[in-house]
Design a protein around this ligand. Sequence first.
Ligand code: PHE
Length: 340
Amino acid sequence: MTDKINELLRRVEEFKPKAAAEIEEFRIRILGKKGELNALMEEFKTVAPELKRELGQQLNSLKQAATERVNALRDQMQDATANGPGIEDMTRPGSAEQLGSRHPISLVKNQIVEVFARLGYTVADGPEIEDDWHVFSALNFPPEHPARDMQDTFFIEKDPDILLRTHTSSIQVRTMERQKPPIRVICPGRVFRNEAISYRAHCIFHQIEGLYIDEGVSFADMKQSLLYFAKEIFGEQASIRMRPSYFPFTEPSAEVDVSCNLCGGKGCPVCKGTGWLEIMGCGMVDPNVLRANNIDPEKYSGFAFGMGIERIAMLKYGVKDLRLYFENDVRFLHQFDTAL
Ligand code: PHE
């Protein structure tokens, strides 16, 4: 009997399963009710009493060895399947998660807002779908002005009173309705114009406009504020010049040019040899606009300015095609966010 016990012990020790199912098969064959161990137990009942003590011990240690072997093999098999093939190599480099980045238009908008916040401006907001009053009439547009034409402005359905705002000056009107002077607001937002899409124009773009109304606000105040803005955005070396212009809501009005940051004013293809780049419109708020918004033009004066954010971003980053800002190609968009 000792031989049988030793032979079984040897098989238990040498057992090398290839799959989990083999372990279970092995367990049933050896340790199961009708298994080989129980068969030996039956045989044990018939041996001479003087041999029982020694054989009993041998059988017990065989049972223990077989149980331990089965459990150990099961644990090994489980660890291997949990790790899976090929993932055991913990030194392999991981695959990086793609992080999003802020859109260059948002970055430039935030920078502009920050500059004017330092001058005491607060941000104001308004609806994109507007009425004629807030976009045109309250801003002294004459009835025959071309901006009121279907060719230039998107009207909603057939109602000529409801339209997509063509500039964020409508937010300035809404601010004057709500607030008495002193007023100092900056109005960023999306605007809509019926324009053919090209490298320099789009039917949807972003503007930032500003409005400052108080007692004794002068043209010199405006010029100084806009020079400060240009230096903050384009660098300390930047200078500005103003050219006479026309807007229905300001008088006098001007276009503001900034010195070309590529050639430093010497003249290059970007500034078309002039040394200057147009960046915004501005002017002293027309007394008619103040009156239409219940502000006394005898007591108060103010200035307003407005710029396209895409244009500022193009000049700042040297981007030549405005359409890139709308195509949402992450390879383009990822280049600007320095916080990444
Ligand atoms: N609203 C003008 C535009 O959309 C910009 C502007 C604002 C000009 C304020 C002068 C004063 O072009």
